[in-house]
Design a protein around this ligand. Structure first.
Ligand code: C5P
Length: 223
């Protein structure tokens, strides 16, 4: 079991999926779970500042998330929302929604169940998020915290947005990355922070393949 944490734009998702493929393990994108709940909250027209109302929508949302590293499906009430949850509306609202303690409680419990099931089924899993090594699976034998400079992360984010056909500028991507970092790191409940025993990898100057080689090596030793 490998816990992969870090802010957005560090290459976390790409690395997590490729690593899971190489190790023939399952994969869980916990960010997608916070995003799908956020989409449910937005669709319900809920006031983001009303934590109780946000928690109520989260409690009722019927969603599913795939655990294969190829192209994991994400659905809300049976509808494929894999593309929509990456859009600007959800990206803007996801940090306040994920700061609601009841939302975290609900999703952490579900994440632990998924991890248990996938480990029982295929023998291993790579889990990516913000609080995996600290809260979700603190017993993971390998915890990795990916970092990269905000400039580099914004450049990667805007390249991804452009590739996905979304309008963007470097300045907008930088502002969005900065804003989410601040909100995610300063929230009271399980803020973004490395586990004490996490291996830190700065991906600013590294290609994805270099990161993968380093992590595959670590995983073979301890994952
Ligand atoms: O990883 P991704 O950028 O898709 O995550 C979207 C948001 O979901 C993060 O900015 C953060 O607010 C929240 N998140 C979280 N805990 C996790 C994973 C994601 O709070 N384990």
């Amino acid at each position: 079991m490998i816990a992969l944490d870090g802010p957005s734009g560090t290459g976390k998702t790409t690395v997590a999926r490729k690593l899971a493929e190489r190790l023939s393990a399952g994969y869980l994108d916990t960010g997608a779970m916070y995003r799908v709940i956020t989409l449910a909250v937005l669709r319900a027209g809920t006031d983001l500042a009303d934590s109780a109302a946000v928690a109520a929508v989260a409690g009722k949302a019927v969603f599913a998330i795939g655990t294969t590293p190829g192209r994991p499906a994400v659905s809300l009430a049976g509808e494929d929302v894999a593309a929509e949850i990456r859009g600007p509306e959800v990206s803007h609202a996801v940090s306040p929604v994920s700061a609601v303690p009841a939302v975290r409680e609900l999703l952490v419990a579900r994440q632990r169940r998924i991890v248990e099931d996938v480990v029982a089924e295929v023998g291993g899993i790579v889990v990516e998020g913000r609080d995996i090594g600290t809260v979700v699976t603190p017993d993971a034998p390998l915890k990795v915290f990916l970092t990269a400079s905000a400039e580099i992360r914004a450049a990667r984010r805007s390249a991804q947005d452009t590739a996905a056909g979304r309008d963007t500028t470097h300045a907008a991507a930088l502002a969005s990355v900065d804003r989410r970092d601040k909100l995610d790191s300063s929230r009271a409940t399980s803020p973004l922070k490395p586990a004490e025993d996490a291996v830190h990898v700065d991906t600013s100057e590294l290609q994805i393949d270099q990161v993968l080689v380093a992590l595959t090596e670590l995983a073979r030793k301890r994952g």
